[in-house]
Design a protein around this ligand. Structure first.
Ligand SMILES: [Zn+2]
Length: 382
């Protein structure tokens, strides 16, 4: 007898009972019984069932029903899950919140021990944030003015395929989306010194309005929310498909640390306190985007990188030297060079910010991504 579906159903009930805890969703979705949520597998099916069972208590399917199958939007070799909380006086404008729920399955078939990549921070954590934003909005005494949609993407790990096909298949809906809010890798720490650090990417695509809304939401909590221009997301999550379709977007991420795409991205790697703060930021932002008179408009001609990017990167790097000893001598040398270069850009002031500075920042972003995702997987929570 296969107990797995029953166990997942039971865990689903537990999650509904402990609704304030976003990390409970991660416990369920990153459990070994889901086999790493590879698209087209029984584990993926269990993840879909769990998401539908929770979201259907707080949001309807796009056909207005709460029939479980109505939440499913099939794609090639996979299935997205989509729900909505209808708006009131601005119902024909949509705030879309998205996170991929798929992961990479059995990622180390040669290992005799645990070979399942559970993807706790990537991206069970993002899914958990969506589920809790939906619950909180639904329980609010006043419904949102704009329609808030929730999309749980499949096949992100295969090249952003779930969101790409949904965008292609739903041009009328996409045309009504005023902002897309993306979650990919949450509740994760790049270094011990960066436990309070998290990143919002690309809000400049919605102009000063969206950047300001993100800043406001971040300032309400204890995390240091650094905003970086869209290019620093390196096109590596579903937000890119919405940018390509002309939709203003912000992408919340903790970037790719040493547990990225390893068996170590397990519940033990999840920083549940951080995840709770990230959920609160998201809830504040989405409620604001759904209810304010103003909405974001696409800014398509923003510079690739700005002086503000240099300031944000310097803030993170200058807090991290205490962790330098974790890296190889060659990596330490590179990190010190990056620190000096970015420091010089900031010290030169915004008037001196030029194309060379942009190139330096883009190169630094790529090098930092590579170095910070190297080394042994640790959660950095001690
Ligand atoms: Zn991811």
């Amino acid at each position: 007898m296969n107990l797995r579906p029953r166990i997942v159903a039971l865990l689903g009930v537990l999650a509904i009972l402990s609704t304030a805890c976003t990390h409970v969703h991660v416990w369920v979705l990153a459990d070994d019984s889901l086999d790493g949520r590879q698209n087209g597998t029984a584990g993926s099916q269990l993840a879909q069932n769990y998401i539908v069972s929770y979201i259907s208590a707080h949001a309807e399917a796009l056909d207005g029903t709460t029939t479980p199958s109505s939440y499913l939007a099939p794609i090639t070799a996979g299935t997205n899950v989509v729900a909505q909380i209808p708006g009131t006086d601005l119902a024909d404008e949509i705030v879309l919140v998205g996170a991929h729920y798929d992961h990479i399955g059995d990622c180390d078939g040669i290992s005799a021990a645990d070979s399942i990549c559970n993807g706790a921070t990537d991206n069970a954590a993002g899914v958990g944030i969506l589920l809790e934003i939906a619950r909180a909005l639904n329980e609010s005494p006043t419904p949102p003015r704009r329609t808030v949609m929730f999309a749980f993407w499949d096949r992100e790990e295969d090249g952003l395929i779930g969101s790409a096909q949904w965008v292609a298949n739903n041009p009328a809906i996409v045309a009504d989306i005023v902002t897309y809010v993306n979650y990919d890798i949450q509740g994760a720490n790049l270094l011990p010194s960066l436990r309070d650090f998290t990143i919002g990417v690309g809000a400049e695509t919605g102009g000063d309005y969206l950047r300001g809304m993100v800043e406001l939401a971040g300032a309400a909590g204890p995390l240091d929310l650094a905003q970086l221009s869209a290019v620093f997301g390196q096109g590596r999550s579903d937000y890119q498909n919405f940018l390509n379709a002309g939709v203003p977007t912000v992408f919340f991420t903790d970037s790719t640390g040493p547990c990225y795409h390893t068996v170590g991205d397990d519940v033990a790697a999840l920083d549940a306190d951080k995840l709770g703060h990230q959920r609160d930021i998201g809830l504040g932002l989405v409620a604001g985007l759904a209810n304010q008179n103003q909405s974001a408009s696409l800014v398509a001609d923003a510079p690739l990188a700005t002086y503000a990017d240099a300031q944000a990167l310097r803030g993170a790097i200058d807090s991290a030297p205490v962790d330098l000893g974790r890296f190889t001598p060659a990596q330490q040398s590179t990190l010190l060079t990056i620190q000096a270069n970015i420091g010089a850009i900031v010290d030169a002031g915004p008037g001196a910010f030029d194309q060379a500075a942009i190139s330096t920042l883009l190169g630094a972003g790529l090098q930092l991504t590579q170095i910070l995702s190297s080394g042994p997987c640790e959660s950095f929570q001690e």
